[in-house]
Design a protein around this ligand. Structure first.
Ligand code: F0G
Length: 351
């Protein structure tokens, strides 16, 4: 009779809501923290995966969106808007349905995964494909929200960060303390900002004895925080993090520096290798952008930056089903057999 109530009810006293706030939830959060056996062996550490693809719309965005849509509803908004590489728009569309609101989404034309487009469509969002990249979409969404009656639900809306910080709470609640290192993919840099805020709040209130070092990884073709300058024409197969001018730039740098961590890059090849390892050896199917955290951990380990014996959490941010092209691409075609046990057994190498 008991189920997880969603992050607002579970962490109500740590979030900006009141007793009369109309909570809009799909019971997001409460996601699995899965011990990663192969990654632990490879690094000599205790590695866990925070599997955010298990959220209702298949990504961590739901944590921020339950807050953003709840507060928009409380403030009387009838329509919300976001720029997105796909996951924010899928989440905004679903939560807007729950709230009885209209959602409008701006996505970079031709650069979002099919599954995410399908989500926005089936939830009834008004979708505009913008002839530009994510950064252009965000500029446009900001301008529309400033000049028209529509609430912005991107992570530049601070309540998004409030919702997303709950993932750090869950990890500490589960492990009994903060890990030594927390590893994340970084795109618009809202999530690394949110985790750091969550860890910091718990430590300040004595619920954790320490804060982790924050390790962020961007895709090489979209690594403005690594380069120290805006990337005008970002590229990567990990379309979720194809971002050249992160909105939470300064917060990400602050989290990096205050935690004694770093932000580095991983190539598309390294991302795809980690993507396949996660699926084939850990049993966890994520989308390519999510594998950037694991690719980064493996790269750091190869560079001798990972001392053994540490406790490490890697967030894997989105579900593999959102972008299955990469699972199918390059894989051998399944063979076709007649309805015949002997033939099937032979093909399976059982006979
Ligand atoms: N992983 C996935 C699967 C994402 O969708 C995103 C961001 C990130 C990582 C990076 O997180 O932006 O907080 O640094 N997706 C946004 C979107 C931009 O529109 O769905 P971040």
């Amino acid at each position: 009779t008991h189920q997880w109530r969603g992050i607002i009810e579970e962490y109500r006293d740590r979030l900006p809501v009141t007793d009369t706030t109309p909570v809009v939830t799909l019971r997001e959060g409460g996601t699995p923290l899965v011990p990663a056996q192969v990654l632990s062996e490879r690094t000599g550490c205790e590695v866990h995966l925070k599997v955010e693809g298990a959220n209702p719309t298949g990504s961590f965005k739901d944590r921020g969106m339950t807050m953003a849509i709840t507060r928009a509803k409380e403030e009387g908004a009838q329509a919300v808007i976001c720029a997105s590489t796909g996951n924010t728009s899928a989440s905004a569309a679903a939560y807007a349905v729950r709230a009885g609101m209209v959602s409008a989404v701006l996505v970079p034309q031709g650069k979002i995964a099919l599954g995410k487009m399908g989500q926005a469509l089936v939830h009834g969002a008004k979708i505009l494909q913008v002839d530009g990249n994510f950064d252009d979409c965000l500029t446009l969404a900001r301008s529309l929200s400033e000049n028209y009656p529509v609430a912005l639900v991107n992570s530049v809306n601070p309540v998004r960060i409030e919702g997303q910080k709950t993932a750090a709470f869950e990890i500490v609640d589960m492990l009994g303390d903060a890990p030594d290192i927390h590893v994340l993919p970084v795109g618009n840099a809202g999530n690394i900002t949110a985790y750091w805020k969550g860890y910091t709040e718990y430590a300040a209130d004595g619920l954790a004895t320490r804060r982790p070092r924050m390790w962020g990884f961007q895709a090489s073709g979209s690594a403005p925080l690594v380069r120290g300058e805006v990337v005008k024409d970002p590229s990567t197969i990990a379309t979720a993090i194809r971002i050249g001018n992160p909105a939470s730039w300064d917060h990400a740098i602050a989290a990096r520096d205050a935690s004694g961590g770093f932000i580095d890059e991983v190539t598309d090849r390294e991302i795809l290798r980690a993507y396949r390892l996660l699926a084939a050896q850990e049993g966890v199917f994520v989308e390519p952008a999510s594998a950037a955290s694991v690719a980064g951990l493996l790269k750091a380990a190869e560079q001798g930056k990972v001392d053994p014996g540490q406790r490490i959490v890697c967030t894997v941010t989105g579900n593999g089903l959102k972008d299955p092209d990469w699972a199918v691409a390059g894989a051998p075609q399944p063979v076709t057999v007649p309805v015949d046990a002997a033939a099937a057994a032979e093909r399976l190498g059982l006979a």
